[in-house]
Structures are given as structure tokens and as C-alpha cells.
Write a protein that binds this ligand. Sequence first.
Ligand SMILES: Cc1cc2nc3c(=O)[nH]c(=O)nc-3n(C[C@H](O)[C@H](O)[C@H](O)COP(=O)(O)O)c2cc1C
Length: 364
Amino acid sequence: MTIKNAVIVYGSPRLKKSGSFHLGENFAIGLKKGGVSIEEIMVHKKNIKPCRGCFTCWTKTPGICVSHDDMVEILPILDNADLIVYAVPLYIYSIPGPVKTFLDRQLPLAEPYLVEKNGITSHPRRNKGKILKAFIISVAGFPELSHFDAMIATFKHLFKPHEERYLGEILIGGANQMSENASQSGYGELYKLIQQAGFEISQNERVSQSTQTQIEELTSFTPEKIKKYQNMANQYWDTFIKKDYTQVEITQLDDQPLKMSDGGNSAYFATMASQYNPNAFPGMKSILQFEFETDSYYLLIDKDICNAFAGSYPNPTLKIKSPEEIWMKIVAGELSGQKSFMDGLYTIEGDMNLLLNLNKIFTN
Ligand SMILES: Cc1cc2nc3c(=O)[nH]c(=O)nc-3n(C[C@H](O)[C@H](O)[C@H](O)COP(=O)(O)O)c2cc1C
């Protein structure tokens, strides 16, 4: 095993809440399982000044930068590492600015001389006894993987695949919600595969085809899924921008409100109605219809009051059609609501804003 020491560089300003952090920490679990010792660097927590371009680290004080900040401690860690893992979000087709600064400030690790290797000019490493290999983990808001092209080109130049220093990448598009706590339940399977990828890198310096394929199958977007994702993302942003809701005229039907003592699904919806928070969106008038395989329920929200009923309402604001088992797993946190929707496990008609805000509306 040639990889003994690895450094994981986390590059999101969302810190430990970020999607890239969740992936990086799972990759680290796999590396550790393979016997690799890990140092973690959270770039946005460090004081790292921009490179001044003075080349003092190449001339007057070889290997030492004029800026005395956190890079003073970080450079020896990088110098001693066999593997560096960048776990970073995609920002403007590239890496976030502070991560770029972190790369620039590694100049003292190189010598100024120009050498030619495999037909291309580069700078030799100051520490001749070490070879630093790299693995890249990145997430993006857009679903297509082509958005990562420029970022990956940069890392490949830096770590030169022909010298076998570039060990590969895991790229996940459409990943914005990976940073949200409420979504974590949907990623258990993916995180296990990421751990497996880390373990394989520790053993073979490559991720097996089987693990790569499984990650791709879980995270790739078909054209149809891209359309759904665009639609869902647009509605998601609208929930922050527009604070109002489709207001409907409420006509009370003759149905009797459900009570918790009714048991079964009736009790579930009566409980949900009792958790209605009238302060979430004051003055709200909406009808939320649920259709399971064999039975239907609706919640009628009329400003301060919310009641649940069995049956169907003619023009609901939002209709959720779901197998009962799927919906109950989402409620229990065993499935991600967003991912299940994208995977077509349930369908909706009407105002998706309502769906995306259910946890705000029913909180009491
Ligand atoms: C300043 C900024 C620039 C971004 N640029 C891109 C981009 O070029 N392409 C893209 O697909 N997503 C872009 N995004 C979205 C992020 O990549 C996305 O939200 C990602 O999931 C964040 O990951 P994190 O949770 O690890 O921070 C950008 C986000 C920000 C804040």
C-alpha cells in the first residue's frame, strides 16, 4: 500500500453542512478503513492570504512564503501526504475562490526551474522523495456533468494523469439539496458507495468499475429527470422569493373532520391537521389532497384553522398521489421526499410550493 497519509481538503463555505463535506467525510471513512491516516483541512476556516506573486518562496527564502498565516502549518502536512482529496463544490465552472488561493499558495512546494516531462513543461517538486496523488470529489447545482469540465481540466493539469498522480473523480450534479439536513435520509446508499470508493483508493489507487457504475446509476440524470429537476428547483427558489400562496375559495363539504381517536390513516391526518402552524403563512387558504391506493384524505386550511377529512375535494391546491407505504416512509425520514419525487415514486398536481413547505406549515 503506497498511500499512508492523506489530506482531505473541504472547500465549501457551507462547512460541515455542505454536500461536498458529506461526500468527503464518507470517502475519508473508506480511506481510514483501508489503514490510511487522515488530516482534514476546512479551507474556509483557515486564514490563507492570496499569493502576492513575489516569488520570494522561489528566490530569497526557498520553500518559505512571505505571508505568515495558516499555510505555514499546512505546507508541511501537504509535503508529507501521499494523497490529497479535494471535496469542493463547483463555483462558476471552477473551484471556489478560497480553494484557488489554497492551490496558489502551494507554490513554495515547487522549484522555479522549468523541466520537460512527457512533452510538457512543468516545475519540479522541491521534495524529491514524495509523489502527491490526487482524487477529486465535487458537487454542482446543475444536473449535467459537462459543467465540471473546466474544473477537472485544471486538476488534471496539476496532477498529470500520465504520471498516474491523478487517481480519479466523483462528480455529482443536481446536488444542491445534499446540503440540507432534511434530505440526508435519501443519501444513505450513495454515502456507502462513497465509503467503498475511498476504501478502494486506499487499496488499489483506483475506484473499481463496479463502484463507479453504481454511483453513476444512483446520481445520473436522464433528459426526463433533468426536466423534473429544473421544475422542482424553480419551484424551490420561488418558495423563498414569493411568500404568498395560491389562495382558493374554501367551500366546506358535508364531511366530518377526522379525529385522532378514529385510528389508522384517519388518525395520521387528524394529527397532521393538529400540527398546523397558522403563523407559517398567515391568511393561507389551501386544500391539500392525499390519494393513496385505496383511500383519500384532504386537509382544508382556512386561515387559522386546519381540519382533515376523508374523501376527495373537487379542486385541491395540491394533490399528492402516492402509494401509502412510500408516503409513510418519507414521513418517517426513511426516504427523501425530493429524491422520491424525482424518482417518480409519487406524483403531484397543483402548487408545488405547498409540497416544499409542508415541514414549515405543519410544525406545531
Ligand atoms: C457562487 C456560486 C457559484 C456557483 N456556480 C455554479 C456553477 O457554475 N455550476 C453549477 O452547476 N452550480 C453552481 N453553483 C451551485 C453549487 O455548486 C451547488 O449549490 C452545490 O451543491 C454546493 O455544494 P456544497 O453544499 O458542497 O457547498 C454555484 C453556487 C454558488 C454559491
